[in-house]
Design a protein around this ligand. Structure first.
Ligand code: FES
Length: 148
């Protein structure tokens, strides 16, 4: 089944059933829902909270704290631009503006065609070769905003 064919309530129900009786089960539950749907439906937070015997505020707090969780479907490819010090000192702000301009979106957004989502990141562990950017699972070093 593709993500677009998924049944959100069914996936949440299955995850609740799997993790409800496990100490610390909320995080793996949220990862399972995120993996199954590509996002965590905000209208199903109450179902998650009820199943995990938590408040909706507690569940929302976890979702909003971790950058890996999203309330909206993400693009097919996520692009992350590093905003931490080493990359900033070598021009990541210009790179950031370039990427935003080319995609026509801001951080946290997804292109209208659903191909790309753009996120800030605070270090990709590649500080010796700034500025760094990650496209899907690949990290690229010494990226600038200049065409080649
Ligand atoms: S500061 Fe950018 S990769 Fe570490």
């Amino acid at each position: 089944m593709s993500i677009s064919q998924a049944n959100p309530a069914g996936i949440v129900a299955a995850a609740v059933k799997e993790y409800a009786n496990i100490a610390g089960g909320l995080m793996p539950l949220l990862h399972a829902v995120q993996a199954g749907l590509g996002y965590i439906p905000e209208d199903l937070v109450a179902q998650i909270a009820s199943g995990m015997r938590l408040s909706r505020a507690e569940v929302h707090g976890v979702i909003s704290f971790y950058h890996d969780f999203h309330y909206q479907p993400r693009g097919q490819t996520t692009i992350q631009v590093c905003r931490a010090e080493a990359c900033q000192s070598m021009g990541s702000r210009a790179l950031e503006q370039h990427v935003k301009s080319r995609l026509g979106i801001d951080f946290g957004d997804t292109t209208l065609d659903g191909r790309f989502s753009l996120e800030p990141v605070y270090c990709l562990g590649n500080c010796a070769c700034p500025p760094s950017i990650r496209i899907a699972d690949d990290v690229y070093a010494r990226v600038d905003d200049k065409p080649r």
